[in-house]
Design a protein around this ligand. Structure first.
Ligand SMILES: Cc1ncc(COP(=O)(O)O)c(C=O)c1O
Length: 348
């Protein structure tokens, strides 16, 4: 690999549209989607609804907006929604649940990011004249901050049962549901069947430049259309992006296991280095714990960057590296070599 080649492992959102995807974008048939005229958006939405086993799906500019509409649809102001301690909806959506839905998120601590019914149960409020009502459970699969952790189907079924016991809806943040499906061999629709609404992204592992979707019943998606418009998410000739999404489903969905294998290779290598610990990844996100005191995560990021390898510091002792379709085997070997050079530079 040439010395100036960048291996960008900061996120699976850094992919650039491939020549084939760019051709699909250029050739897309388009119309004004706010007027319901864009044929390519309709094809994508129907395709996603089918893949997720839902009556309808709606294209969104971002996963954040789709998650927020999912929360708006399923909750009521002045109530609580339960989520895992490090859920994306809690940490990385600018308190959107509070701002848009008037909902307080109640975080459930877990050891590994997997929100089981057993852990969630005590956080559901009993009926009381003193307590806010619980109105929603939010699940995340795969769980980003837990290192792309898969929520097993059985666990999600358990959450569904818990939700049913209390008459609650369930929203699934499935930004990387495709990865959960690739890792388990379980179709996305089986996971999605456990939730009223499911959000999926096309702009992460699937390599589209922009785009997520929310799927649910036809009635829910009708209401989602209005909420998306209210949030400024009505888009006009957006078939050019939907075409990228269709291309991503055709070409990039079947290859996600390659990213998982590369993440495992990187994780095993780093775990073997003095003072680094890595939990074996389920999917494409490698969470690295720096256990040595002589190196801060930011030192590691700086050292690697000088060698053309980009990763993120995500905590006082944590680093994150994410594999995706723009990183091949050679890129992973370059990242391993850069980590090895770091150890040599520090341990001699
Ligand atoms: C689990 C999860 N949910 C939601 C999102 C939000 O997606 P977007 O960046 O498209 O708003 C992300 C983004 O990384 C994510 O990792």
């Amino acid at each position: 690999m040439p010395a100036n080649t960048i291996v960008d492992l900061r996120s699976d959102t850094v992919t650039r549209p491939s020549p084939g995807m760019r051709r699909a974008i250029a050739e897309a048939e388009v119309g004004d989607d706010v007027l319901g005229d864009d044929p390519t958006v309709k094809v994508l939405q129907e395709r996603l609804a089918g893949l997720l086993g839902k009556e309808a799906a709606l294209f969104f500019p971002s996963g954040t907006q789709a998650n927020q509409v999912g929360i708006l649809l399923n909750s009521e102001p002045g109530s609580e929604a339960i989520c895992e301690l490090n859920a994306h909806v809690f940490h990385y959506e600018f308190a959107g649940a509070a701002a848009w839905s008037g909902v307080q998120l109640r975080q459930v601590p877990t050891e590994d990011g997997v929100l089981t019914a057993e852990l969630a149960r005590p956080y559901i409020r009993p009926e009381s004249p003193h307590l806010a009502r619980t109105s929603l459970i939010c699940a995340e699969n795969t769980h980003n901050m837990a290192g792309g952790k898969v929520m097993p189907l059985e666990v999600l079924r358990g959450l569904r049962e818990l939700a049913d016991e209390h008459g609650l809806p369930l929203h699934l943040d499935g930004a990387r549901l495709w990865n959960a499906s690739a890792a388990t061999g379980i179709p996305p629709a089986e996971f999605a069947a456990q939730a009223e609404t499911v959000m999926v992204s096309l702009s992460k592992g699937l390599g589209a430049p922009i785009g997520s979707a929310l799927a649910g019943t036809a009635g829910a998606i009708d209401r989602a259309w209005t909420l998306r418009k209210r949030l400024g998410g009505g888009m006009r000739q957006v078939g050019i992006l939907a075409a990228a999404g269709i291309y991503a489903l055709d070409h990039n969905l079947p290859r996600l296991c390659e990213d998982h294998a590369r993440a495992r290779r990187l994780a095993e290598f780093i775990d073997g280095l003095a003072g680094f610990r890595v939990v074996p990844p389920d999917t494409n996100i490698v969470m690295i714990v720096v256990e040595r005191d002589d190196l801060a995560p930011t030192d590691v990021v700086g050292f690697l960057e000088e060698r053309g390898v980009l990763i993120l510091a995500t905590g006082p002792r944590r680093l994150r590296a994410v594999t995706h379709l723009d990183v091949d085997d050679a890129g992973i070997e370059s990242a391993c070599a850069a980590f090895e050079a770091l150890i040599e530079a520090n341990d001699g």
